[in-house]
Design a protein around this ligand. Structure first.
Ligand code: ADP
Length: 657
């Protein structure tokens, strides 16, 4: 049997004690009753037999008393020898005088007699109904008690043996239950400690404990199964996490490296443009260079955004802390945007509240970058109304803060997108943002910069319609009296140009690809076609490139910037060919094609006019989609002069003009 670690407190011992106790109590009570009954009956029996003997003796003594013969009486009394329990007898006359006696007069002197346990029986001696003497017989009850004590001792010993036997027996029987329980508990403890759920408990008996063991084994089986599933899930998750982390790392380093690699030759390109622009050029060449320059600047802006973003993601962007003239800085931003705002017919207000210090400490370049992005967006997305910038000092916190509210009356942001616009590469309204350009990185960078400055940036919808962007940073003032000779907020000419380019966000890098071909086309003697062409294209640069490319082959060209204008213009002239961009604001190219085809069918407007799609998507499945909408063909951007000529060759005859 396995030693129990609970010692005195084990169930097994406890149950054995209970068994022994019950046996002891029941056996003890039974024994006591038995001893009591036997004591009473032995005593009664002795007294009765002595009393019968004394009665016989009393009738024999009648003659001796009647004839006053004490000798005979004494002889008769002596006959009591044969009754060992009678220790004394005396015959007394009615007047109280002793007539005859047997045994010691003083009982305490007789041998082995315990006076306390002696009992006296008085039997009358009568003659013809008259009492002539009294026979008193003293019976010694001590031997009866002695016998009973002996029996009691024996019974007590037997009782003890019984209790012990009950204890041992129930202990042995209980062990059959408690031992497997103890082993089960030990196994559970081991399983818990080692987390090894493959163990099973074996117990063959078909009883309640068997059910417990069965349930335990079932539990172990299920736990083991779940453990295995969890382990494989964890392994899969860990792998997925590692893969994702590795992918994120390689994405970040790829973006950082690529941005860096592209930036270097781009700087060369920009430098060469600057040099070339100084040489003498025709008006057309100047226009080409203008396009190249704008495209290069836009590309640089994107690369700069990506570089910033990857730097922040990789934790490599270090903020500087230096004094800056806030009022000057805001004034220069206002000056930068005032022209664009005026061109768009927007009111641009700047309101610097009382208590806003002129000089603060912070990273001037990064604060400026965030404000440029927010104010730039506000102006970019607002077509009418105003853009207001409020600068306030906030006191409601332990440390003072500076709050910039940039409010516009533009289209606002859908509640669903309010948080998402701060995610990378997210643009809320694709057609709107396509119309305005951009990368979808500006706000993501602005928020990360705000966080790095221990500030925040958030969006609220403007109650009068439009957006409110709230940018907050901790207010660190320059110590009073410190010379403020390091104001670095003045914008250099080149910075202003770069920021203006960032604002314009002309993303059509295609222009750079297509430009050399534009230059080439002037040299060859291209065939001419008598064809009226409508170009529907939203990007100014692409409009310019396509128009320039087409100008070699045809003379009659109209350009529109969206689908709605395309449909309208289509009705106004006998066009032979429509070059239709697919993605355009207001109405996309597919819808415009549908409407033009409907006009051709139902109203017979320019029924022979062909529609050729222009798409940046090179997916082959797109081709079927465009042709199904009624387009005759489609060209991928950047459009090459040869591709254009192929289309014209295929559908139109050359004419000498
Ligand atoms: P980008 O301007 O280059 O597209 P941003 O990260 O600066 O990228 O902005 C993300 C998107 O948030 C924008 O494309 C536009 O949909 C939305 N957005 C930002 N500012 C405004 C604004 N003032 N009004 C309306 N929409 C805005």
């Amino acid at each position: 049997m396995m030693p129990s670690r609970f010692g005195q407190h084990s169930i097994h011992r406890h149950l054995a004690k209970v068994g022994a106790f019950i046996t002891g109590v029941v056996g003890g009570v039974f024994l006591l009753i038995l001893l009591g009954v036997s004591l009473v009956s032995s005593r009664e029996e002795l007294l009765e037999s002595t009393s019968a003997l004394a009665s016989v003796l009393a009738s024999n003594l009648t003659a001796s008393v009647a004839f006053r013969d004490p000798g005979t009486a004494a002889e008769l009394l002596n006959g009591l020898h044969s009754a060992p329990d009678v220790i004394r007898a005396s015959l007394t006359l009615p007047d109280g005088s002793a007539f005859a006696e047997f045994g010691q007069a003083d009982l305490s002197l007789s041998d082995g007699v315990n006076v306390r346990y002696a009992e006296t029986l008085i039997i009358p001696v009568a003659l013809e109904g008259e009492r002539i003497a009294s026979l008193s017989v003293v019976v010694d009850l001590w031997p009866v008690y002695q016998r009973l004590i002996g029996v009691s001792v024996l019974a007590g010993l037997l009782w003890l043996a019984g209790v012990l036997a009950a204890y041992l027996l129930s202990k042995a029987l209980n062990a059959r239950v408690t031992q497997p329980l103890a082993s089960l508990a030990a196994m559970m403890a081991e399983v818990t400690a080692r987390e090894d759920y493959s163990r099973r408990f074996s117990y063959r008996e078909n009883n309640e404990l068997g059910l417990v063991v069965e349930a335990f084994n079932e539990l172990m089986m299920r736990t083991e199964d779940r453990e295995q599933r969890m382990e494989s899930m964890i392994a899969a998750l860990v792998k997925a996490r590692d893969d994702a982390e590795a992918a994120a790392r390689s994405k970040t380093s790829f973006l950082a490296n690529m941005s860096h690699e592209i930036r270097t030759p781009m700087n060369g390109v920009m430098g060469m443009i600057a040099l070339l622009k100084r040489s003498h050029m025709s008006e057309q060449q100047s226009a080409y260079f203008e396009t190249i320059e704008r495209s290069s600047e836009a590309l640089l802006t994107i690369i700069d955004d990506i570089l910033d973003f990857t730097k922040i993601e990789a934790g490599r962007l270090i903020l500087i802390q230096e004094p800056l003239d806030l009022v000057d800085s805001i004034a220069s931003i206002e000056a930068l945007f005032s022209e664009t705002a005026k061109q768009k017919g927007l009111q641009l207000h700047v309101d610097i509240g009382e208590g806003v210090p002129r000089q603060i400490v912070g990273d001037p370049g990064r604060i400026r970058q965030v404000l440029l992005n927010l104010i730039g967006n506000a102006i970019k997305f607002t077509d009418e109304g105003s853009v207001s910038v409020f600068v306030r000092r906030i006191h409601d916190d332990v440390s003072p803060r500076l709050r910039f509210n940039i409010e516009d009356t533009g289209p606002g942001i859908h509640p669903e997108d309010e948080e998402r616009i701060f995610g990378e590469f997210f643009q809320a309204d694709v057609s709107l943002t396509r119309a305005h350009g951009g990368t979808g990185l500006g706000l993501a960078i602005a928020r990360q910069l705000a966080t790095l400055m221990e500030g925040s940036i958030g969006y609220q919808s403007n109650p009068v319609g439009g957006s409110i962007f709230v940018f907050e940073i901790p207010l660190l003032e320059t110590p009073p009296g410190e010379a403020f000779d390091r104001a670095i907020s003045a914008v250099t000419a080149s910075q202003a140009r770069a920021e203006a380019a960032r604002l314009a966000r002309l993303t059509n890098a295609d222009a750079a690809d297509a430009a050399p071909e534009i230059a080439q086309k002037a040299n060859g003697s291209a065939p001419r076609y008598d064809v009226k062409v409508l170009i529907a294209e939203d990007s100014e640069v692409n409009q310019f490139i396509i128009r320039e490319l087409l100008a070699d082959f045809v003379t009659d060209i109209e350009v529109v910037a969206d689908g709605v204008a395309a449909v309208e213009t289509f009705k106004s002239k006998a066009f032979d060919l429509v070059l239709m961009d697919i993605q355009m604001p207001k109405m996309d190219g597919l819808e415009a094609t549908r409407q033009i085809r409907a006009l051709q069918r139902t109203e017979s407007i320019n029924p022979g006019c062909l529609i050729v799609g222009l798409s940046a998507h090179a997916m082959s499945s797109d081709r079927e989609k465009y042709l199904a909408e009624g387009m005759a063909d489609y060209l991928t951007k950047p459009v090459r002069p040869t591709a254009l000529q192929e289309v014209l060759d295929a559908y139109f005859e050359t004419r000498s003009l």
